[in-house]
Design a binder for this molecule. Structure first.
Ligand code: NDP
Length: 296
């Protein structure tokens, strides 16, 4: 293992496995915060820049893990974690896994780590790499699993991004992460359809952009209203645009898509769920009943 001459003994040291786009950003933030950092990456050359900034580069995963009690993993996926840590001694380690995974994968990885004598914390990163280490960017990471680990290392974990501990169930960080990402993709679908409608018209995308962005921001109040209705069980509470009216309005949106020669394939599945809710008597409700139709 190459030891870097830059030493810092006042801050807790840690190990980071994985120097992709996200891992490199995390490493930079921990170095900037003065934490002695040991790194490992499958493709060793990716560590060169960090070595120049003071990181210690381990030649093997086993050496990297052995170097520190706190070991953070930021590899591609769950399979790469299993592959990289296969046969590595995790006894007495505090393993923090930031790989995007499913709740089930996170729970399985927690059991796997605990069987190997490690404490386990799972993380879901709500940021892209340029937001890491930039407090004003609003980046944060959901954490779940060992509360003791989180309490002990919460300060170090907060150096690259904010921290939100969401429970002892190791799957909950992934659950929150994927819930937010799923909502985001629904929004992206609407954005794609909106731009497709004006494509080829004398409406520049840059003209539509602020209008669309502003409208989506104004409509984001529906998130809190949906939550209130789900908790009260009264989906007809404070309704301003009822489902019956909105289903009637679908025709205008679908015909407009046809006139503009745009596929309605992104809208149709949601519209079909609205119709199903109407069919079972939800005409006076908000759109909240769709949530129940999605549950299997
Ligand atoms: P990259 O594709 O940039 O890097 C992937 C990393 O995983 C590299 O270090 C790569 O090593 C390593 N790797 C892949 N397969 C293996 C394997 N079988 N064994 C060992 N190492 C392996 O991904 P990111 O850094 O962007 O993402 C890392 C994690 O962070 C992912 O789970 C991602 O979902 C999550 N994340 C990423 C965000 C982003 O915007 N980038 C946002 C939020 C979460 P090598 O260099 O050798 O290829």
């Amino acid at each position: 293992m190459a030891t870097n001459p830059v030493e810092n003994t006042s801050k807790t040291p840690l190990t980071l496995l994985g120097l992709g786009a996200m891992g490199t950003a995390l490493a930079g933030a921990w170095l900037a915060a003065g934490h002695p950092l040991t790194v490992w990456n499958r493709t060793a050359a990716r560590a060169d820049g960090l070595a120049a900034r003071g990181a210690t580069v381990a030649a093997t995963v086993a050496q990297a893990v052995a170097a520190n009690r706190l070991v953070v993993v930021c590899l591609l996926d769950d399979a790469s974690v299993l592959e990289a840590l296969d046969g590595v001694d995790l006894t007495g380690k505090d393993l923090v896994n930031l790989v995007t995974s499913t709740p089930g994968q996170a729970r399985a990885r927690a059991a796997w780590a605990e069987q190997r004598g490690a404490r386990y914390l799972d993380g879901g990163i709500m940021a892209v790499p340029p937001m890491i280490g930039v407090p004003a960017a609003g980046a944060y990471v959901f954490y779940s699993g060992s509360a003791e680990l989180f309490e002990e290392h919460g300060g170090i974990l907060a150096a690259p991004a904010g921290t939100r501990y969401v429970g002892a169930d190791a799957g909950y960080a992934a659950l929150h992460d994927v819930a937010l990402l799923s909502g985001m993709y629904g929004m992206f679908a609407g954005i794609a359809h909106a731009f497709a409608l004006v494509r080829g018209e004398a409406v520049a995308p840059s003209e539509l952009a602020p209008l669309l962005g502003g409208w989506l921001a104004a409509m984001s109040g529906s998130v809190a209203r949906t939550a209130e209705q789900l908790e009260s069980g009264d989906y007809a509470q404070d309704v301003v645009s009822n489902l019956a009216m909105q289903v009637a309005g679908q025709e205008t949106l679908l015909r407009t898509a046809e006139e503009q020669r745009v596929s309605a394939e992104l809208l149709q599945p949601y519209f079909r769920l609205m119709e199903r809710r109407l069919e079972i008597g939800g005409g006076e409700e908000d759109l909240t009943g769709v949530v129940d139709l999605l549950r299997r």
